[in-house]
Design a protein around this ligand. Sequence first.
Ligand SMILES: Nc1ncnc2c1ncn2[C@@H]1O[C@H](COP(=O)(O)OP(=O)(O)OP(=O)(O)O)[C@@H](O)[C@H]1O
Length: 361
Amino acid sequence: MTSTPVLDAHLLVDLGGFRLDVPVRVGAGEVVALLGPNGAGKTTALRALAGLQPLTGGHVTLAGRDLDRPGGRLWTPTERRPIGVVFQDYLLFPHLSALDNVAFGPRRHGADRRTARRRAADWLHRVGLAEHTRRKPRQLSGGQAQRVALARALAVDPVLLLLDEPLAALDARTRLDTRAELHRHLAAHPGATLLVTHDPLDALVLADRLIIIEQGRIVQEGDAASITGQPRTDYVARLVGLNLYRGTAAGHTVQLGSGFALTAADALHGDVFVAFPPAAVALHPRQPGGSPRNTWPATITGLQRHGDNLRVQLTGPIAAAADITPAAAADLHLAPGQQVWAAVKAAETRAYPADAPPAAS
Ligand SMILES: Nc1ncnc2c1ncn2[C@@H]1O[C@H](COP(=O)(O)OP(=O)(O)OP(=O)(O)O)[C@@H](O)[C@H]1O
């Protein structure tokens, strides 16, 4: 991120049973994804930034100007914030043409009718909808409606662009094309962008940096490589498809809470995480001998297709997922309830300290 963030906010929102406490800074031209499971507080964060949910504490400062600071009794209504929002279901006006839907953005920000329509036509051209300016939302495909919503948000030259699950309403095929196209528009946007999503692929493709929240708090923050390389919670580990354990290391041996120990490639001391991918887990009918590695008896609890392979869920001294080929599954006659031996080479594990602060941006 650049040294002076365009968006500098500390979002404190108390909703009774739920409390959001999320500091967020986004630089000019930077795209940050706010990622988290259902109920983590993503929508609440986005609504607070958009001015649809007043803060109970903290502040929202955009380009050096305070928009919300409850301590200073300051609050700026939505229409006076230099912010463009693309809502999950786009919220296009059904009775207005694409052109008038987009012109609504600049109009609301004070542009006269002619200027607003000129800007709208320009933006519809930029998002590839010059031919569809007169169409009503119901005459547009999902992908086209998404582009109209994006054009409406960008047509106000927002200092901050907010996107709420921008691809969630699209089918898989349209999603792929629209994601690539959205990436181009976000890369060209000079302001700050905050994208709210629970889809890790959207976050990884579209964002420069990820902020992961769970239960209203940041659990991990950084670029894709630092997060996928060193997940710090079960949610993040599942997101990036890794088996993750926490334990106490003494050299290469990591003692897990369950009384089971793993041998890791990295020698560390103290509180650590150990992670390995499901593809590193081999399954055997009997305890394998030979090369030094981690082995444990496990029971199969589930089998699912996973790309070209099968993902096998295992319980035992540790819970784990293993990816194996259909041929290996057939050889082993795998079925739920079956006892097997699981094995992971120490060289395929990664250990890293658990007490390090979340990666700095
Ligand atoms: N008006 C409200 N009053 C009280 N609690 C609320 C209110 N709105 C939301 N919540 C609670 O706040 C928490 C966060 O909700 P939020 O919608 O921000 O999560 P989210 O991360 O966007 O989830 P999802 O991915 O399901 O949309 C939830 O537990 C929700 O039930």
